[in-house]
Ligand binder design. Structure first.
Ligand SMILES: C[S@@+](CC[C@H](N)C(=O)[O-])C[C@H]1O[C@@H](n2cnc3c(N)ncnc32)[C@H](O)[C@@H]1O
Length: 211
């Protein structure tokens, strides 16, 4: 039997944790859905500006969203591309989900100003935690490939000025937020991460009272 390359993270939408979450429908109560507003009854277009292993993007697409994934590291982009193709060939059900996912190669800081979406999600490589045992194997392998993403402030700035109704930043629960031009509208906290949600400020309408 051929040995698996365990220097690369596994990207697999059909088996493993992602496939289990899909089949068991455990993802239906995931905080990311609340943060983004994605649900099977709304057909939103989401840009996942930090595609990584594609887990978040697959969850969103499996809940009916159309998702554009952006990944800048060539090796990670290639792993994702292969995994999308494998899942497309798995079954009609998977093919329908993968049909809502479009993978782009590039730096989201450059691409976002040319794009439009209902929601942009950002999940950069977070600063290493001291309790390294808590970081899952796949994330450790991804970090070996990618390093950290020290330019998250620039990415958040690009997202906040893009043509989009909502920006969602996934960030360690207790870490200080990156610099941003405005404060989050609200936060959704999980056990170890939180989602900072930035809604587009309302533009004054003709009928709004003037100050
Ligand atoms: C923590 S991982 C994302 C994990 C992903 N949310 C998932 O569900 O698998 C971060 C990824 O974002 C990518 N990334 C970071 N900044 C980026 C940028 N400006 N443009 C494109 N990709 C970026 C990194 O290369 C890395 O693969």
């Amino acid at each position: 039997m051929a040995e698996t390359d365990r220097t690369a993270p596994a990207v697999d939408f059909v088996g493993g944790a992602v496939g289990y979450r899909f089949r068991s429908q455990a993802g239906r109560s995931h905080a990311l859905l609340k943060a983004t507003g994605v649900s099977p009854t709304r057909s939103l277009h989401v840009i996942d500006a930090t595609a990584g292993l594609g887990r978040d993007a697959f969850l969103l697409a499996s809940m009916g969203a159309t998702v554009t994934l952006i990944e800048r590291v060539p090796e990670v982009h290639a792993l994702l591309s292969d995994a999308l193709e494998a899942a497309r060939n798995e079954s009609d059900e998977f093919a329908a989900i993968i049909g809502r996912m479009t993978l782009l190669h590039g730096d989201a800081r450059a691409l976002l100003p040319t794009m439009q979406a209902d929601v942009i999600t950002i999940d950069p490589m977070h600063p290493p935690r001291t309790k390294t045992a808590l970081v899952k194997q796949e994330m450790r392998l991804l970090r070996d490939l990618v390093g950290t993403d020290p330019d998250v402030g620039d990415l958040l700035a690009a997202a906040l000025s893009a043509d989009c109704g909502r920006v969602v930043l996934k960030w360690p629960l207790r870490a200080a937020s990156p610099q941003a031009s405005r404060k989050p509208s609200h936060q959704i906290a999980g056990k170890t991460v939180r989602y900072d949600v930035f809604r587009r400020p309302q533009r004054p309408t003709e009928s709004s009272p003037r100050a």
